[in-house]
Design a protein around this ligand. Structure first.
Ligand SMILES: Nc1ncnc2c1ncn2[C@@H]1O[C@H](COP(=O)(O)OP(=O)(O)OP(=O)(O)O)[C@@H](O)[C@H]1O
Length: 251
């Protein structure tokens, strides 16, 4: 990390009592956790557990009904240059389809006072240099995913939040993503990645936050969780069994 605001204080995400309902659906209920710098933290839960809603509240896309989320001690809306403190990818295809990858990143850089040369750096980091002039709307899901990551890293942020980052990637892409996540943490960043697959998260994360039906079930480590049952998968199922949205019925 080279720039400004996040280098002095350790970059962290802190959620305190986050709560959000949509109509009668309680999506997130009184969820508190901390994501520390220098770690990859896996945010795990079955479908519909509230992972995306929590992430949206952290980056100011949804307003909590109660509670608060802060990034480096401030709410998202208080950050002077948000992209330079927190990079997020919540939806892979969050760009104008008619624009090239370079133009998309260039306009994000310009509006966040980020030097234009950083665009080429993130294009190279994400392996998109050779397709940078192509219209992003023609990108495959894997390429769109890489463009989303490039945008998230544009401001060299101390905090990185990625919703289902390996979704849609081929095996080579998955391996690349694992390496990238590890190197981001090694550089001292706080990295939060969501998934509903414990096996995937265990490949990169050491810390785990587990939620189900909107409630925090555990903040633990991969090592602790796997020690609590015969296998990591078994431990995860035991934690989430009572809160899975779709439970198979025994015949
Ligand atoms: N905009 C919305 N309007 C109404 N209900 C919503 C909205 N967003 C989420 N929900 C509901 O809130 C609950 C939590 O959804 P959320 O998308 O946060 O879960 P998730 O853990 O990210 O799930 P998945 O792994 O399936 O993406 C679900 O019951 C969902 O249907």
């Amino acid at each position: 990390m080279t720039n400004g605001d996040s280098t002095g204080a350790a970059a962290t995400i802190v959620a305190r009592g986050l709560t959000k309902s949509y109509g009668r659906t309680v999506a997130v209920q009184n969820v508190s956790f901390t994501v520390r710098p220098g770690t990859v933290t896996g945010f795990l839960g079955p479908n519909g557990a509230g992972k995306s809603t929590t992430m949206r509240m952290i980056i100011g896309l949804d307003r909590p009904d109660a509670g608060q989320a802060t990034i480096n001690g401030k709410s998202y809306h208080e950050l002077r240059w948000p992209l330079r403190e927190v990079g997020a990818m919540l939806e892979a295809k969050a760009f104008h389809p008619g624009r090239s990858a370079r133009a998309h990143l260039g306009s994000l850089a310009a509006s966040n006072d980020i030097p234009a040369q950083r665009v080429d750096e993130v294009l190279a980091m994400t392996g998109l240099t050779s397709v940078a002039s192509r219209r992003a709307g023609k990108f495959s899901l894997g390429m769109a995913q890489r463009l989303g990551i490039a945008a998230a890293l544009l401001g060299d942020p101390g905090v990185v939040i990625l919703d289902e980052p390996v979704n849609g990637l081929d095996p080579e892409g998955i391996r690349w993503m694992r390496g990238l996540l590890r190197s981001l943490a090694e550089q001292g960043r706080a990295v939060l990645i969501s998934s509903h697959l414990i096996s995937e998260v265990a490949m990169t994360a050491e810390e785990l936050i587990v939620i189900g039906r909107g409630q925090l079930l555990a903040q633990t480590t991969v090592a602790e969780l796997s020690a609590s049952a015969g296998s990591l998968e078994e431990a995860f199922f035991q934690l989430t069994d009572s809160v899975s949205e779709y439970q198979g019925r025994a015949a």
